[in-house]
Write a protein that binds this ligand. Structure first.
Ligand code: BGC
Length: 755
């Protein structure tokens, strides 16, 4: 016991146990101050473990199949979803159903809210919004009866063609980790366990179950593990999901360095390490490495007839029971696995208040929040004046427009979303029904489009203009119509899904995405741009896209996968009823060959992180490659100016950077003021790293003093000799600006002592 509030250890222990079974409560002599919630949860869990049979313990540490795939046999009251672990009623332990929930709850036949994808959330750079995002999803999970949400992807965009980029939060560890932690806190505030995933270095889908990510220790610690470190320490998730891939030769879910040395011992993680679905490959090595829960597992592992059994396996049912009996898994380790599960259920509030199924989701509240996220996460990438005009093309002024042509991207019916476990089903069916899902394919095939048509929302903004729609299949017809219109708005889409990487960042055509694309999107945009007076491109995508036509269009609005209110949000942004304030959480390169890994090999199972620390913008900076749009970039309909930088350190080495941001334009707007640090020369560090930011809302003319405090830890490098963080003495540069490559950024140097 960490603390003893009772009189005497023997009584204390007996009472802590007994309190749970209500035998000790009313003896005044034994009353003690309440333990802090963590200690109380630990004590209560330990008391329960002490009462459990081995069979009951085993039941707690594996799933019983995957209801959503119809894999397994479940009691009548089990929910659909990703997993189901039965409860133990004699001890008051509730059943736990989990559901995927990257950007909303992924269960069929429920009227859930599809929020903009996590990559969009990251583009808001707003931890308060991330907290609300986690909260909103958790409210819906609980309303449907789920105690656990498998959202929270924090893998970094080391390989931006990764088919799951939309589920993650960009390329920077501090941005991704901070947003993840805020999301987790929001989710768990609603008595729902948050899972963060996929731990670790699971940065592409190609060969994801067999590939070996080969990463040196310093790169590990300063890139993706730092995102997890922040996410775990600041968010305290109940669950961390280990990934499919190997790390340096050992499967992530049986990797003692990842699971025990770093996560549990160094970071002090007290929750459950849960395997990705089918990522367990052994019993004893996995358990001893630190895996606490196998998913999806099997209720009956003698029934091996399903092909899914071959894929998922079952290692924590009878095999674990046998290992415990044989002593190859010590009972104390099994107890620890169960303890972690139970203390999580207690700590988050599920033990005393388990969710009940069958509630009704407040759709109006969900839609209002989805709209807000979409408005705050869109990134205005380009906004130029057409030839001969004074004014930038955006925002559109309805009063000056008599004709608008809307082209492509199924903008007449809806907006795009991502696929796989990070998908969120469409309410009232798919807006695009022409695609035929190929039979027997787990991943890939037909995209989901939400019934939120940009065309209708644009028409409503400009009731006096004639608004026509061309589906993009006939580029000439669209271009000719654009030539006659006051403005052409071309929608371009890039579908991605778990299980498949993108062949290129080029906008897909009918070869790259045969199911969802019927024409060459780049050729369409080029044709329209060649003839239109004004042309704006709206992107719906999860990963960066290449823009060979960029010089010939006037405006580009990045809306990501904008969720169930996407059509409305896009129209609000185009017409200036919302002012774009998102900033890129990921660099956009000019061409695929500018990426650190020029191609994703289909056959080489060794994924070598040979670029080392140079992930994302660090790569472009160090290699002096100009990106198409840099990390942190995003325009507004107003202008912000930065002035008057200063930096100072306190006795603990925390640095405070102060400066002023002024809204010099005529509109209210929000700015993400970013602070980067250039570490002392000679450390082998990239030119700069993000160390802090603040999102500000400013009225026209308003000047706001900004103060960003950077914990000393954000300036540390990983010392491979001592296997520890180190703060190096020397001269640091602190850079405050509107992006990672702001030509007008302010810099202040500061000499810091080493620690
Ligand atoms: C994915 C996880 C997901 C799980 C359950 C796996 O294929 O990698 O992210 O949570 O399935 O659906």
């Amino acid at each position: 016991m960490g603390r003893t509030y009772f009189r005497g250890t023997a009584i204390a222990t007996a009472c802590a146990v007994a309190a749970l079974i209500a035998a000790c409560g009313h003896n005044d002599d034994l009353q003690a101050p309440p333990a802090d919630p963590d200690t109380a949860a630990d004590q209560r869990a330990a008391a329960l473990v002490a009462q459990m049979t081995t069979a009951e313990k085993i039941q707690m540490v594996h799933g019983t199949g995957m209801p959503t795939l119809g894999y397994g046999t479940f009691p009548a009251d089990a929910l659909s979803g990703a997993s189901y672990i039965p409860g133990i009623s004699r001890l008051g332990i509730p059943k736990v159903s989990s559901a995927d929930s990257a950007g909303g709850v992924n269960v069929n036949n429920a009227r859930v809210t599809a929020l903009p994808a996590p990559v969009a959330l990251a583009a808001s750079w707003d931890p308060v919004l991330a907290n609300e995002y986690g909260t909103r999803i958790a409210v819906e999970l609980r309303t449907l009866g789920y105690a656990e949400g498998l959202g929270g992807g924090v893998n970094l965009a080391r390989e931006p063609r990764d088919g799951r980029t939309f589920e993650y939060m960009g390329e920077d560890p501090v941005l991704s980790g901070t947003m993840s932690a805020a999301r987790t806190v929001g989710t768990q505030s609603q008595k729902v366990i948050a899972t963060i995933k996929h731990y670790a270095m699971n940065d592409q889908e190609t060969n994801r179950n067999t590939a070996d990510s080969q990463v040196d220790e310093r790169t590990l610690r300063e890139t993706e593990l730092l995102a997890f470190e922040i996410g775990v320490k600041e968010g305290q998730p109940g669950s961390v999901m280990c990934s499919y891939n190997k790390l340096n030769g050992t499967y992530a879910c049986e990797n003692p360095y990842l699971l025990t040395d770093v996560l549990k011992t160094e970071w002090g993680f007290k929750g459950v390490v849960q395997s990705d679905w089918g990522a367990t490959h052994s019993t004893v090595p996995s358990v001893l490495a630190g895996l606490d829960e196998e998913q999806p597992g099997a209720a009956d592992d003698s029934n091996t007839s399903s092909p899914l059994f071959a894929y998922f396996g079952s290692y924590f049912n009878t095999k674990l029971q046998a290992a415990v009996a044989a002593g190859t898994v010590p009972i104390v380790r099994l107890n620890d696995m169960v303890q972690r599960k139970l203390r999580t259920l207690v700590r988050i509030g599920i033990m005393d208040s388990p969710p009940t199924a069958g509630g009704a989701i407040d759709e109006a509240a969900g839609n209002a929040f989805a709209l807000k996220v979409a408005q705050q996460s869109a990134v205005l990438l380009k906004n130029a004046a057409p030839a001969g005009a004074q004014q930038a093309v955006l925002p559109l002024a309805a009063a000056n427009l008599s004709s608008i042509v809307v082209i492509g991207g199924h903008a007449d019916v809806g907006v795009l979303s991502g696929g796989g476990s990070g998908a969120v089903p469409a309410i009232d069916g798919n807006a695009v029904s022409s695609c035929q899902q190929p039979a027997g394919q787990l991943f890939g095939g037909c995209a989901t489009w939400y019934k939120s048509a940009p065309l209708a929302a644009i028409k409503a903004k400009a009731p006096n203009a004639s608004v026509s729609y061309f589906d993009g299949n006939d580029a000439n017809a669209a271009a000719n119509a654009a030539a006659q219109a006051d403005v052409a708005i071309v929608f371009a889409t890039q579908w991605q899904t778990e299980g498949l990487d993108l062949p290129s960042l080029s906008l897909p055509d009918n070869k790259a995405d045969a199911s969802n694309q019927t024409y060459d999107q780049n050729a369409l945009i080029a044709a329209v741009a060649a003839k239109a007076k004004r042309v704006v491109v709206v992107l719906e995508n999860g990963s960066p896209v290449l823009m060979p036509w960029l010089g010939n269009v006037h405006g580009v609005l990045e809306s990501w996968y904008p969720g169930v209110q996407g059509g409305q949000a896009i129209a609000d942004l185009l017409f200036g009823d919302a002012n774009p304030s998102g900033k890129l959480p990921i660099s956009f390169p000019k061409q695929d060959s500018d990426l650190p890994q020029p191609v994703i090999s289909a056959t080489d199972l060794s994924v070598k992180y040979s670029e080392g620390l140079l992930m994302g913008y660090r790569w472009y900076d160090a290699q002096q490659i100009e990106p198409l749009f840099p990390f942190g970039f995003g325009l507004s309909y107003t202008n912000f100016a930065y002035s008057n930088i200063n930096a100072s350190a306190d006795g603990a080495g925390n640095v405070t950077v102060t400066f002023t941001v002024t809204n010099n334009g005529a509109r209210a707007g929000e700015e993400v003021a970013q602070v980067y640090a250039a570490l002392p020369a000679g450390l082998g560090e990239p030119p700069k790293r993000l160390v802090g930011w603040q999102k500000l809302a400013l009225q026209p003319g308003q000047a706001q003093p900004v103060s960003v405090t950077i914990p000393a830890q954000r300036l540390a490098t990983w010392d491979v000799t001592n296997h520890a963080w180190k703060i190096n003495g020397g001269s640091y540069g602190f850079i405050a600006g509107a992006s990672s490559r702001d030509a007008n950024a302010l810099t202040k140097s500061l000499s810091l002592a080493g620690r």
